[in-house]
Design a protein around this ligand. Structure first.
Ligand code: ATP
Length: 245
């Protein structure tokens, strides 16, 4: 079997001397899977994202991206991933196309390739007609789709999204959830999606529940409900996150 798109092995992290934000976290994002990292506020989701995207360095434990050790082959590993951070990072004074062109330049994509990739992601994310609009004139949902389009420009194998639906209305949330599930099913992109919203998760997804810095449960929703003998994933989540640390 091929190595997972992402493998996190026994990763721990503390901010200063306070209690650990992550404590011996291990998880895998299998190739072509949609893996939802589910946890309440303060569980450690954003901290884990920061380590996986190399914003922070993991001093304890190891992280592998498509078989590459992130600590030793950082550039090659990062080139395999596309990231959508929790806070928007588009330049709102630039148009959609200017943001995408700028991202292509940062990635070092040759001009012809950049033009082709921009056209492809605009089509893929349903952004046709919005290309010349300044980002600040777009709705929150449209801006999120532009961020997703930007993350896909270099055709990453692994897509990482940190609570990408925060602040969006129900329809925009559903559109982003659908788009990313579709990327996973149709294009074979491996996805790590962090959330505290259970309704974003589908029965075929893999779920990792993080609570107080530790992985408490892993499996598909049907596997988890069977294991915990409860009717729904919501019940599993309530049970697991009520456990004392
Ligand atoms: P949320 O859903 O609210 O974004 P989260 O699951 O992403 O939460 P983290 O933001 O990773 O959780 O926080 C994990 C723990 O680390 C929390 O106890 C938090 O207070 C602490 N923490 C996060 N960032 C910092 C920081 N910069 N300095 C000190 N402590 C921090």
């Amino acid at each position: 079997m091929s190595e997972p798109a992402l493998l996190v092995e026994q990763v721990s992290f503390a901010y200063g001397r306070r209690q650990r934000a992550l404590d011996g976290v291990s998880l895998a994002v299998p190739r072509g899977s949609f893996t939802a990292l589910l946890g309440p506020n303060g569980a450690g989701k954003t901290t884990l994202m920061a380590l996986v995207t190399h914003l922070f360095r993991a001093r304890e434990g190891r992280i592998w991206v498509c078989g590459l050790d992130l600590a030793r082959h950082t550039c090659a590993a990062l080139a395999r991933m596309g990231v959508v951070f929790q806070r928007p990072t588009l330049d709102v004074d630039l148009s959609v196309i200017q943001n995408l062109r700028y991202a292509c330049a940062l990635q070092g994509l040759p001009r012809a390739r950049a033009t082709a990739r921009i056209a492809a992601v605009i089509e893929r994310l349903g952004l046709g007609g919005l290309e010349r609009r300044p980002v600040r004139t777009l709705s929150g949902g449209q801006q999120r789709r532009v961020e997703l389009a930007r993350a896909l420009l270099h055709e990453p194998e692994l897509l990482i999204l940190d609570e990408p639906t925060v602040g969006l209305d129900i329809d925009s949330r559903r559109a982003i959830v659908d788009h990313v599930h579709d990327l996973c099913a149709t294009d074979g992109v491996s996805v790590l999606w962090t959330t505290h919203l259970i309704d974003e998760i589908r029965p075929t997804d893999q779920v990792v529940i993080l609570h107080r810095g530790r992985v408490r449960a892993t499996g598909s929703p049907p596997e988890l409900t069977r294991t915990y003998r409860v009717p729904s994933l919501q019940d599993v989540y309530v049970r697991v996150t009520a456990e004392p640390s």
